[in-house]
Design a protein around this ligand. Structure first.
Ligand code: HEC
Ligand code: HEC
Ligand code: HEC
Ligand code: HEC
Length: 446
């Protein structure tokens, strides 16, 4: 990485390459990797003009575009009536869709974020956005493929402001007047209404109760609330060089015209002080270094039916990637017929017959109702517990924030539901009890 003297830092983002500029061999490989892994079903992967890059996946495949299309009819009685003719369950869709409505834009990411951070993130994704329920999915890509992905993103977005992040090693000492001034400005300019900064206490009513109330106030599935996309600024010191940080705070759209952060109203010098705070304030607390212990899952003292498990877990969450291909034009979803960079395991969780049939790994049939490895829970429960462990590694609760440990989900054994928050203990208990009771079939034909 280049290291430029401070006087040479430009206060503008580097120009994006002209549309259609030939890609390096590495970047071209990155583009092919991203197309094959279907990153464009969740992320925007186009350059600033929108003309170059990976076109968004077709709406019939696009997790975000399809959900937004449906939610976009909210409040429009005429449109809803029209859709009901073709989709009788439209009202239920509107009720149920909550996730995958706004995800980070990758096409312009490197205009503000150090590519080295992006590269590390691909190895070990962490939850960057505390208010966003969804997580980046584990990737099954070689190191060379990940290098290529990053090269492609830089080709699309352009280089960030000159100088890599983490260069600002010398700065005001923790507790110094400069940092406290920055902290005060950060609060006074309204930044904490959208952003957390690790475990930094911001005073002025920005306590746990405030964040809980704020999170609860964001309408479910809201496609417009920018707060959903606001990163925890604890990562800024690894993501942004000082010059770029100051520039972004002053005028986000000047760095990334597609950003969803509104321009704050600041006085001259504010951004410099806030940058001091973000780059140098202590944000970690000494205590927590190990993941939380997995929660105890109780065994229920009653009969649990398949219908309950289907309504609460399988049909509600899992079917979206483990469909029955026969009723979905041959597409069984990422966990069945494959997608999102996974070959698929033939696991249909939309039907009881499919669940009983189980999956096929390395050509061998495998039950999901028995442990996959000695000492583990039955696989159907084990994958849910795995997701619990993954999520506890980087907690996002305000003031319970753990330093990113550099370990992400194990791509060879991903937790479920992939990319979504872990199941709550009540739903885990349903699955655990039902499997222990022999996984009895449906009460009615379904
Ligand atoms: C199923 C949806 C989904 C797919 C497919 C997906 N991602 Fe993501 N990705 C996410 C989510 C959700 C986040 C946001 C995580 C957060 O900020 O807490 C994310 C975040 C990211 C980030 C970090 C963005 C930032 O602000 O630094 C990168 C980089 C990224 N994804 C790369 C990829 C690449 C490369 C692919 C394809 C190989 C891909 N993603 C496929 C859901 C997805
Ligand atoms: C063609 C449109 C369409 C596409 C494409 C689509 N979904 Fe959905 N999704 C829906 C509908 C409709 C519902 C509501 C289903 C219901 O109420 O039964 C839904 C609901 C969900 C839910 C449960 C509700 C929630 O928000 O938590 C999840 C999870 C989900 N989808 C994930 C995905 C993922 C992951 C992808 C991409 C791999 C995807 N969807 C692609 C239409 C779509
Ligand atoms: C209305 C909500 C909102 C407010 C208020 C807000 N931001 Fe943001 N900010 C965002 C969003 C959303 C993003 C993510 C940008 C994107 O994805 O395009 C962001 C991104 C950032 C980033 C880049 C972080 C990264 O890791 O990529 C910085 C730095 C930042 N904001 C600083 C501030 C400061 C300083 C203030 C107060 C002066 C502030 N923001 C006020 C919503 C907000
Ligand atoms: C966003 C898509 C997605 C969602 C949602 C999802 N899965 Fe999966 N699932 C996958 C993919 C992809 C694989 C294949 C992983 C692999 O190849 O190891 C998989 C694999 C599995 C496996 C086999 C895991 C192993 O290690 O052998 C089980 C069991 C499973 N899923 C259960 C579930 C359950 C239960 C849910 C709902 C709580 C769920 N999945 C939700 C995508 C998903």
């Amino acid at each position: 990485m280049r290291c430029l003297p401070f006087s040479l830092l430009l206060f503008i983002a580097g120009p994006a390459p002209a549309t259609g500029a030939p890609l390096s061999e590495l970047a071209a490989r990155g583009k092919a990797v991203m197309a094959a892994a279907q990153c464009n079903r969740c992320h925007a992967v186009t350059d600033l003009s929108g003309a170059a890059g990976l076109a968004p996946a077709d709406r019939a495949m696009h997790c975000v575009d399809c959900h937004r299309w449906i939610l976009g009819t909210k409040g429009d009685d005429k449109a809803i009536a029209r859709q009901r003719l073709e989709f009788p369950d439209w009202d239920r869709y509107l009720e149920n869709i909550e996730h995958f409505v706004r995800l980070p834009d990758l096409g312009t990411l490197t205009r503000r974020v150090d590519p080295r951070f992006v590269r590390r993130f691909l190895d070990a994704p962490v939850d960057l956005r505390p208010h966003l329920d969804e997580s980046m999915i584990p990737l099954r890509l070689s190191a060379a493929d990940k290098d290529a992905v990053v090269a492609y993103l830089v080709a699309l977005g352009g280089e960030a402001v000159a100088g890599p992040a983490g260069d600002a090693t010398a700065g005001p000492a923790p507790g110094s007047v400069a940092i406290e001034a920055g902290r005060a400005l950060f609060v006074r300019r309204g930044c904490p209404t959208c952003h957390l900064v690790g475990n930094a206490r911001l005073g002025g009513g920005f306590d746990l109760a405030f964040y809980r109330a704020m999170r609860a106030a964001i309408p479910v599935g809201d496609v417009a609330a920018p707060v959903i996309s606001a990163p925890n600024l604890r990562f800024v010191r690894a993501r942004m060089a000082r010059a770029g940080l100051v520039r972004f705070i002053e005028d986000p759209a000047a760095v990334d015209p597609r950003t969803v952060m509104p321009k704050p109203s600041l006085e001259p010098g504010d951004a410099e002080r806030i940058a001091d705070f973000l780059l140098f304030a202590p944000i970690d607390f000494a205590g927590r270094t190990a993941p939380d212990p997995a929660p105890e899952v109780p065994m229920l003292q009653r009969e649990v039916t398949y219908d309950e498990v289907f309504d609460e877990v399988l049909g509600r969450i899992c079917v979206h990637c483990h469909m029955n291909p026969t009723s979905n034009n041959g597409d069984g979803g990422a966990g069945n017929t494959g997608g999102l960079g996974f070959a698929g395991l033939g696991l249909d969780l939309e039907t009881y017959a499919g669940l009983k049939r189980g999956m096929v790994r390395d050509g061998k049939p495998q039950s999901v109702l028995a442990p996959a490895r000695p000492g583990e829970a039955p696989l159907l429960l084990e994958v849910l517990l795995r997701r619990q462990r993954e999520a506890s590694r980087d907690r996002r609760l305000p003031f319970a924030d753990a330093p990113a440990a550099g370990v992400g989900p194990d791509p060879a054994h991903p937790g479920m539901p992939m990319g979504l928050p872990p199941l709550d203990p009540a739903r885990l208990a349903l699955v655990k009890t039902w499997v222990a009771q022999g996984a009895p079939g449906p009460l009615s034909e379904r």
